[in-house]
Structure formats: structure tokens, C-alpha cells
Design a protein around this ligand. Structure first.
Ligand code: GAL
Length: 409
């Protein structure tokens, strides 16, 4: 039987997208992508899994894949990109990358990040700066203070706020939030080099460096800067503490900025940002990326279309302005960024000497190593009787076990 011309099979243009953007600003940023995709005839079927820093989304993804029900598009970031690509599950996106000239328009570190065995396997959408210090301008003005530039200024300012009965720092005991703060402290004390030895190479010998002990002691001290007793709360509630003036400062990553902006607080109004003291020249970064699962390739035209779309200047500017991150493109226009974004984008643009991949936000080591390190930091933070020496010892055991596992492969 002749097939009527109208029944020509057109590839499905509807894509299931799994991600963990569920806060108000994350939602708004994702909705913008949904709208852009729709305008390009791609239906983005949203599957958002709540949980800051992707705690639950990463687990849901694994179970979907085991059930042979992988979404067509997934937020997989950093070191995990290579792991999934190695299993042969990710669609190679060389065609859209070539068409969009990604090797020229992306920052070199970003272009490297999205490749596996010389193939592009992920779409970068934004760069988050983790070493951002947010501060409440009204509270700072009331006490006639300027944002701290060094640890000693940081400490003096904290004492002043605490003396006024104002929490100097907004923080909850959620493990990834604590570990994010610690990663900032480690970078401030030890610089890029010690961060690399410990949080990229997991070199057990570097654990005896006194600057690690200093960072651990500072983490413990900062616990007293927070609202007492410290409790486990979602990151969006912690951001609200800064917005309401219940806390003076916050260090968590610049998605906090997206959240402040979406509640009607523009940058340099109620709040402003500066770099975490002692880390000005660095960008401790995390890059959000989407990957595409191959399955039977039926969706690849739509997947490739979406990949290409996400890198266009209009999408990059619009999305990152809402999300709190910055464009992955080197030709982005800094004049269209607020002061926090401009500082982040400029620092990232300085290249390798400024770029520090975040362990907590999945850029430097795999998921198992990341989780193990976060657990040890959290153990130290939660239990005041654990000494820095004990924490170093436990981290040493973790590092050694992880290295054994690596050499097994
Ligand atoms: C990070 C992610 C950001 C932001 C944050 C809070 O891991 O890269 O996009 O969503 O978690 O959930």
C-alpha cells in the first residue's frame, strides 16, 4: 500500500528533560529555556527533581537508566559527564558544536569539559562562581562596615555583628552547604595549589599542610557566626535570611544571587557581592551542563537542535541573567552583566591560573569521591569533639581508599 504523503514520519520533537532546578529562580531560568525550545518547535517536557545541588536528581537518574527509561536530556555535570560517556550512553554532539563554532566561542576550559575522547558530549549553559561572598548592604551601612578583604577583617566584622545580636553568617548544616563553605576556606588558606593537591589529586601527603588545619579551625569558628542552634535547612531559606537582614553575609555559590533577584532584590540594592576574602583572583567554579542520552537515536534531531539553541548569545544572556551564573561564551557582553556576574566572568576569562574546579559542585572528582569528602567535612563540622588531626586522618583513609579504587581500573 502506498503511504499517503502527509504521513511522512517526522522525528519526535518532544524531549524529557531531567534536572534539579526547582527554586523560584532556577524554575524561572528553566522556563526561559522551555520557551526558547518551544519557539524552535522542540517541546521540553520538564522533569524537575527537588534537592539543592542535585542530591536526589543524581540518584533518580541512575534508577531511570537501570529501568531503561533514561530521559532524552539530563543535567549531568563535571566529572560525571565522562563516566556516562564512557558507558556509551551519551549522544555525540559534534555536529551542533561544529555548526555553532563551539571551539572558538567557548572558553577553552569549558570546551575541554564538554568533550570526551575528542567528541563533544555535553552542552554547557552557565558558569557559577562558588567563591562569592554576599552581604546585606543595609546591615553593613548601619555598622559602617566595608566588605572584608582578608580573614582578619572577616573575623572582626563577624564579631561586630554577633555583638549586635545579628547572625554574621547565613548557613545551614546541610552537608553540601557546609562543604561549600569549607572549600572556600581551603582555597583562601591554601590557594589554588593546595586546593589542587587535596581536592583534585586527593594527595594524602598534602593533608599534613598546616593551611588545611587552619581552614578546618576557621570552619569550626564560623559555626558560632550563624543563627543558633544551626539546623539543616534548604538553601533558599538560608538565602532569605540574608535578604531579610537576619544574617549579614552568605557564602554558597552565586545561584543565591538568582534567588535574591527573583524575589525583587536587584544586585547592588539590598545586597551586593564581593569575592570570598583571600580568593579574589580565583574563580572557584561549577559549570551547569545538559547531556543527551542516545537510546535509539530517534530523538537526535531535536536533541541536536536544542544543543545548538542553548549556546546562542540570546539564550546565554537571558538564562544566565536569571540563574545567577555567567555565559560560557568568551564573546559575551560584560556591559549586560551586573557587578557580581562581571567579576565572575572576568575572573574565569583569566584562564587556568584563575580557574579552580569545585569539588563540592562536581568539577574535580567523581561522585563517589565527592560524597566521601563531603561526609568527612560534615562529620568534623557536626561533632565539635572531632579534632582537625582526626579529620585529617579520616580524610587520609578516604584518599587512600579512593586511590586504590582508581588503580583497580
Ligand atoms: C548546583 C548547580 C546550580 C544550582 C545549585 C543549587 O550544583 O550547579 O545550578 O542549582 O546546585 O541547587
Amino acid at each position: 500500500m502506498l503511504r499517503p504523503a502527509t504521513a511522512a514520519v517526522s522525528p519526535p520533537a518532544s524531549l524529557q528533560v531531567l534536572h534539579w532546578w526547582t527554586s523560584a529562580s532556577e524554575r524561572k531560568a528553566a522556563n526561559l529555556l522551555v520557551a526558547y525550545a518551544a519557539a524552535d518547535n522542540v517541546t521540553w517536557m520538564d522533569s524537575a527533581i527537588p534537592g539543592g545541588a542535585g542530591l536526589a536528581a543524581v540518584k533518580v537518574l541512575r534508577s531511570l537508566v537501570l529501568a531503561n527509561d533514561a530521559p532524552e536530556v539530563t543535567q549531568i555535570i563535571g566529572a560525571s559527564i565522562g563516566e556516562w560517556a564512557e558507558l556509551g550512553m551519551l549522544l555525540e554532539l559534534d555536529a551542533p558544536a561544529q555548526a555553532g563554532n563551539w571551539n572558538a566561542v567557548l572558553f577553552p576550559a569549558i570546551y575541554k569539559l564538554v568533550q570526551h575522547r575528542q567528541h563533544v558530549v555535553a552542552v554547557p549553559i552557565g558558569i557559577h562562581r562558588i567563591n562569592t561572598l554576599f552581604y546585606n548592604r543595609a546591615l553593613f551601612a548601619r555598622l559602617k562596615l566595608k566588605p572584608p578583604k582578608s580573614w582578619s577583617e572577616f573575623e572582626q566584622i563577624a564579631l561586630k555583628f554577633n555583638a549586635e545580636g545579628i547572625a554574621a553568617l547565613a548557613l545551614s548544616s546541610e552537608p553540601w552547604q557546609v562543604a561549600t563553605l569549607f572549600e572556600n576556606l581551603l582555597l583562601a588558606s591554601g590557594g589554588q595549589q593546595l586546593h589542587r593537591e587535596l581536592f583534585v589529586r586527593m594527595n594524602a601527603q598534602a593533608l599534613s599542610d598546616p593551611r588545611l588545619t587552619e581552614a578546618l579551625e576557621r570552619l569550626r569558628l564560623m559555626k558560632s557566626w550563624t543563627k543558633q542552634p544551626i539546623a539543616e535547612r534548604n538553601w533558599t531559606e538560608v538565602v532569605q535570611e540574608l535578604a531579610n537582614g537576619e544574617a549579614a553575609m552568605l557564602v554558597m555559590g552565586d545561584w543565591a544571587k538568582g534567588e535574591l533577584n527573583v524575589t525583587g532584590l536587584p544586585t547592588d540594592g539590598v545586597f551586593s557581592c564581593s569575592a570570598m576574602p583571600g580568593t579574589e583572583k580565583f574563580n572557584l567554579y561549577s559549570v551547569d551542563t545538559l547531556t543527551m542520552f542516545t537510546k535509539d537515536y530517534a530523538h537526535s534531531p531535536a536533541q541536536e537542535k536544542l544543543a545548538r539553541l542553548l549556546l546562542t548569545p540570546a539564550v546565554q544572556t537571558g538564562y544566565n541573567n536569571v540563574k545567577g551564573s555567567v555565559s560560557v561564551r568568551r564573546d559575551a557582553d560584560p556591559a549586560r552583566m551586573d557587578s557580581c556576574a562581571r567579576a565572575s566572568w572576568t575572573a574565569f576569562g583569566l584562564g587556568a591560573s584563575a580557574q579552580v574546579p569545585s569539588l563540592v559542585h562536581r568539577m574535580s572528582v567523581d561522585e563517589v569521591a565527592r560524597d566521601a569528602v563531603i561526609a568527612e567535612i560534615n562529620h568534623f563540622f557536626a561533632d565539635d569533639s572531632v579534632t582537625p588531626a582526626q579529620a585529617r586522618q579520616r580524610l587520609g583513609a578516604v584518599f587512600r581508599a579512593l586511590h586504590l579504587r582508581r588503580s583497580d581500573h
